[in-house]
Design a protein around this ligand. Structure first.
Ligand code: GLN
Length: 445
């Protein structure tokens, strides 16, 4: 643990993966575990890990990347965090992220940008960019992230690591600061597939505090992980390899498909015709949910409070104006607009209908296929200083968002390199069938 913390501190100057390195608690915990002895039956026992900063950690700053929560030390820890503690891991800190998980590059954080460990001039992706960079740079063996539209998978792809967004409901969201509650899921980012399955084993399962958490039985995701892909049916959606996907990425996915064929899987072209409307529908639904979820930050109960307010109205307005960054304000305005009485049918309702169509496309394909293979992102990591307008940024998630729309499990794993930057491929599974995804990922690795 000491070594991990030293390493993380040294890397911070270049990478800025952490908002908080929690040296004191980590060392204390490590000493406790030393005293008790490592549990040889638990491979996670004593392993240093990191938590995205939108997960409540008792007594430790939980900012969600925002000025709004720059003074917030929760009195409880979230369920996934607690389960990681029960698994005897040692959290060395809280990782950097886009403010309230809104972004794809970790550039909207109030705590500065995170750099990609493979190339410091590139973004690490987002919003779980700090979690991905902390694993890729060797600080920790596993980190938890959250994924609303791609925020585990896209940074995993940009950092050459493995990231799993489990089925909606697989992992409790209790103690995860809500962004868009009908999409948000917590999942592991790790160096390899086996570690990922191991972490999911520990964090999955029903939680009475989260009514959307599923009571489906949690299998051991590591068991028979090495059983191969012989006879598996894998669909390759043609819409996910088309316009906007760079040549290097397309080639990497095609050769991944070939590799699966060589290993005995049946890989065929399929169609997901409505996925192309995913981004448009997401940017109605997610901001709508966010505008509602973020009402609680009012400067009264907890978090940032403006000092210059002269009355109650001003207290709300100034605290929110000063506490939230531009991207968060943009989403609140978008969401408030689409939920307003005169526009609800034209926007929110339409988007909800699109969501159903996207879901049906997946259901159709999964009648005949076990898995879907796509790129995770249209391109490898882009530059930190590149000009970015909001719409171009939103398009980044075109290949990951449909998966959240349908509540399906999606994972990203390394599929090659282009100009020294990792390329990620995405496996999409049937609801609650993370087991098959891990088997296919393990075979590929
Ligand atoms: N990049 C997407 C957004 O900005 C997804 C973020 C996420 O998954 N948290 O909303």
């Amino acid at each position: 643990t000491k070594e991990a913390i030293e390493n993380a501190k040294n890397n911070e100057k270049d990478i800025n993966a952490f908002i908080t390195i929690d040296e004191e608690n980590a060392i204390k915990r490590a000493q406790e575990i030393d005293k008790r002895g490592i549990n040889p039956d638990n491979l996670l026992s004593g392993i240093p890990v990191a938590m995205k900063d939108n997960m409540l950690t008792k007594g430790v700053l939980t900012s969600a990347g925002s000025k709004m929560l720059s003074n917030f030390k929760p009195i409880i820890s979230g369920t996934a965090v607690n389960k990681m503690l029960d698994a005897d891991t040692i959290s060395i800190g809280k990782t950097n992220m886009d403010e309230f998980a809104m972004g794809s590059s970790t550039e909207t954080s109030y705590y500065g940008r995170t750099h990609n460990p493979w190339n410091l001039d590139k973004v690490p992706g987002g919003s779980s960019g700090g979690s991905a960079a902390s694993v890729a740079s060797g600080d920790v063996l596993a980190a938890l992230g959250s994924d609303t539209g791609g925020s585990i998978r896209q940074p995993a792809a940009f950092n050459g690591i493995v990231g799993m967004k489990p089925t909606y409901g697989r992992v409790s969201r209790w103690g995860l600061i809500a962004f868009a509650s009908s999409f948000d899921q917590i999942g592991p980012l790790t160096k390899n597939v086996y570690d990922n399955a191991l972490v999911l084993n520990h964090i999955a399962g029903h939680d009475e505090h989260d009514l959307t958490s599923s009571d489906k039985e949690v299998p051991d995701f590591t068991s028979k992980i090495d059983s191969g892909v012989k006879g598996m049916k894998i669909g390759l959606p043609k819409e996910y390899l088309g316009e906007g996907v760079s040549d290097d990425v397309r080639e990497a996915i095609k050769s991944a498909a070939d590799k699966y064929r060589e290993m005995g899987a049946d890989v065929e072209e399929v169609s997901l015709p409505h996925s192309k409307y995913g981004v448009a529908a997401y940017y109605i639904i997610a901001p709508s949910e966010a505008s509602s979820n973020l009402q609680r930050f009012d400067g009264i109960r907890y978090g940032y409070r403006s000092e210059s307010a002269k009355n109650l109205d001003q207290l709300y307005v100034k605290s929110r104006s000063e506490g939230f960054g531009d991207e968060v304000k943009r989403r609140i305005m978008l969401g408030t607009y689409s939920l307003s009485a005169g526009f609800f049918d034209a926007y929110f309702k339409k988007a909800a209908e699109v969501r159903t169509l996207i879901n049906k496309d997946f259901q159709n394909v999964f009648q005949n296929y076990d898995l879907i293979l796509t790129p995770t992102t249209p391109t490898p990591a882009f530059g930190l200083d590149e000009e970015k307008d909001p719409l171009t940024m939103y398009m980044n998630d075109i290949l990951t968002i449909p998966v959240n729309m349908a509540g399906l499990p999606g994972m990203s794993l390394p599929a090659g390199f282009s100009n020294g930057l990792p390329i990620g491929m995405q496996l999409i599974g049937k609801p609650f069938d993370e087991t098959t995804m891990y088997k296919a990922a393990y075979a590929f690795e």
